[in-house]
Design a binder for this molecule. Sequence first.
Ligand code: GLN
Length: 456
Amino acid sequence: AQHFLARAQQHQALGAYVALNEEATLAQARAADARIAAGTAGVLEGVPIAHKDIFVTRDFPTTAGSKMLVGYQSPFDATVVTQLAQAGAVTLGKLNCDEFAMGSANENSAVAPVGFDAPAPVRNPWNHDHVPGGSSGGSAVAVAARLAPAATGTDTGGSIRQPASFCGITGIKPTYGRASRYGMVAYASSLDQAGPMARSAEDCAILLSAMCGPDPDRDSTSLDMPAEDFSRSLNDSLDGLRIGIPKEFFGDGLASDVRAAVDAALREYEKLGAKLVPISLPRTELSIPVYYIIAPAEASSNLSRFDGVKFGHRANNFTDLEDMYKKTRAEGFGAEVKRRIMTGAYVLSHGYYDAYYLQAQKVRRMIANDFQNAFQDCDLIAGPVAPTVAWKIGEHGNDPLADYLADIFTLPASLAGLPGMSVPAGFGAGGMPVGLQLIGNYFAEARLLNAAHRLQ
Ligand code: GLN
């Protein structure tokens, strides 16, 4: 823990951490040492882990990347944080992310990283002029730059897989419902899932086993399935494994450098005995409008809790209750969050609900069905995580659509609730990392991790 805290201090310029509390970390580490000495060590005893600042924590402040929550201190730990702590993990600190996990480049954080007195970009350790991806950008940077051995992330539409790909690490989003959402600041509840981001599939498997499990009293969508040992089949042979290659993931929008790295990884799988099977996910393009209707709709509802009354920011000067709500929300939310709230309120409003929200829900179901058709012919699906390598900080300027379009390959699995992961596949333009995305059917996490492990 001391080693990683020192590295976190030394590399503040990367902007990865938003909160450190050395005293709390070292107290947890000493407790771990005591359990090791007493012979009662858990599987992760003493392993330092940093958490995306979207998980509430008792020993560290939680901001979800928003001014709205600056100064907020949770009275409890998120279930995922508790489960990792029960396995012996020691919390290093909290990691930067896009405000309420809305973003693809970590450029939407409104919170000052440790060592800064104003918000600052999170920098990709492979090239400091490039974004780390988002929204779990701080998590990917912390692992890639060895400021933490592993981190938690959350993935609503790609926020574990895409930053893992951009920073050259491994990350997995399990099947929706595998990990409890209790204590994860809600963005789009029907999509939000927690998962680990680490240096290898093996580390991810160990962490994921500790993070999953039912939480019936606290998250009604958590699955009634016992925790699994996701490491059990890491070394299984891939002989005869059918890997589906969706043609829609390899169209004109895919940059040639990313395509080359992904193709090279697929050749490796063939050498390992897998068979590549052409498949189709015909509604891949529709996943963008569908996601950017459903996620903002749910966000507009979830974020209504930030009203200046219960917790978080409250405007100083106001005339009456309505004025207090308006000023609090105008001051507390950033531009992208406001854009999502407005979009969400619009698509849910009387007169537009059927045309947008309901229609999007129907297409969402068709996207999920397309995957089930595809899984008739293959065991796993593989393709790129993102159309390009990490872009330059500021390159997308004030064009939110540029960010939305870059989510095209991660959104389908999210909408279907399927497990997906990113595994390092090589390097593209400018020496920036490229991830290979693996998507499995429901509950196929062990198989995904097996395929990822064999590639490493
Ligand atoms: N980039 C997507 C968005 O902005 C996904 C983010 C996420 O998975 N949290 O909504």
